[in-house]
Design a protein around this ligand. Structure first.
Ligand SMILES: NC(=O)c1ccc[n+]([C@@H]2O[C@H](COP(=O)([O-])OP(=O)(O)OC[C@H]3O[C@@H](n4cnc5c(N)ncnc54)[C@H](O)[C@@H]3O)[C@@H](O)[C@H]2O)c1
Length: 267
């Protein structure tokens, strides 16, 4: 029988990286509304505190967790401290990420490595740190933020594409290894979402071209990802693991939409 209580996260503790704004904040808000105590990670203390204040004002439980996810040597200790303070850790959302748009000649190794460190290496490091308390609890949920670029690409985003394909690989590898400990590992693949990461393309031909190629014919708001996060974090998804769930308005199922229309129905 399916009951609404299967979706409740009451009594659970969730750590969301890069949650001070954008998609991460929307994830944190959704998990908070489902009953979880959310630990808001971000680089900037004021940003993390402001995000917590907003969720607390809305009736939720939220605490800041200020650190850089690429401080790899410190992550085990940081997670241990969080578990000691909050008593448990049920859900990890690996969401912090950056995008550098540049053609190959303007994308030096330093930038490539920075993107891979934040978007991919930190996902492994955080999962590794959080798997220990989750194994001890014999239950856990790890949810990684992928992208449509986990399964596709376009020019100018080589490192981002490599990192997000890697996130899908990590999701499958971690799921295979952690399943016996009752830890599920999944990814969410957002399409084009209106956040700071994309603000500079608003009003450009690129913005319109994405809407033209998306069956839902528009970009999404971050809040439209929240329900998927709650589902994957909840008991309703107890046998879902190793998957990427695209929340992209149909973009990746229909990426040839414009070209096909131009070629006519016989193609
Ligand atoms: N916006 C989109 O259209 C879109 C689409 C697909 C996937 N994504 C992914 O969603 C995630 C969030 O993107 P967004 O659009 O909300 O971006 P954003 O830039 O609005 O927010 C990213 C947050 O991550 C934080 N962050 C960056 N580096 C960090 C670090 N080293 N340690 C801790 N926090 C760090 C930033 O301070 C910021 O608050 C990213 O992984 C991104 O790749 C975004």
């Amino acid at each position: 029988m399916v009951t609404l209580s299967q979706f409740s996260l009451e009594g659970q503790v969730a750590l969301i990286t890069g949650a001070g704004r954008g998609i991460g904040f929307a994830f944190a808000r959704a998990l908070s509304q489902a009953g979880a105590h959310v630990l808001i990670n971000d680089l900037n203390e004021d940003t993390a505190r402001a995000a917590c204040a907003q969720l607390i004002a809305e009736g939720g439980q939220a605490s800041p967790a200020v650190f850089d996810v690429t401080d790899f040597d410190k992550l085990d200790g940081i997670v241990d401290d969080l578990v000691a303070t909050h008593g448990r850790l049920d859900i990890l959302m690996n969401n912090a990420g950056i995008l550098i748009r540049a053609p190959i000649e303007d994308h030096p190794m330093r930038d490539f490595c920075r993107v891979i460190d934040i978007n991919l290496n930190a996902v492994y490091a955080m999962a590794r740190a959080c798997a220990r308390p989750m194994k001890a609890q014999k239950r856990g949920r790890i949810i990684n933020t992928g992208s449509v670029m986990s399964i596709s690409s376009r020019p100018g985003v080589i490192s981002y594409t490599a990192s997000k394909h890697g996130v899908l690989g990590l999701t499958r590898g971690l799921a295979a290894e952690l399943g016996p400990d009752n830890i599920t590992v999944n990814a969410i693949g957002p399409g084009y979402i209106l956040t700071e990461m994309n603000r500079h393309v608003l009003g450009t031909a690129f913005e319109t071209s994405i809407s033209d190629r998306t069956p839902m014919a528009r970009w999404a708001a971050p809040e439209e990802l929240g329900g998927t996060a709650v589902f994957l974090a909840s008991d309703a998804a107890s046998f879902v693991t190793g998957q990427i769930l695209m929340v992209d308005g149909g973009l990746t199922s229909n990426s040839l939409l414009v070209e096909s229309a131009n070629l006519g129905a016989s193609s």
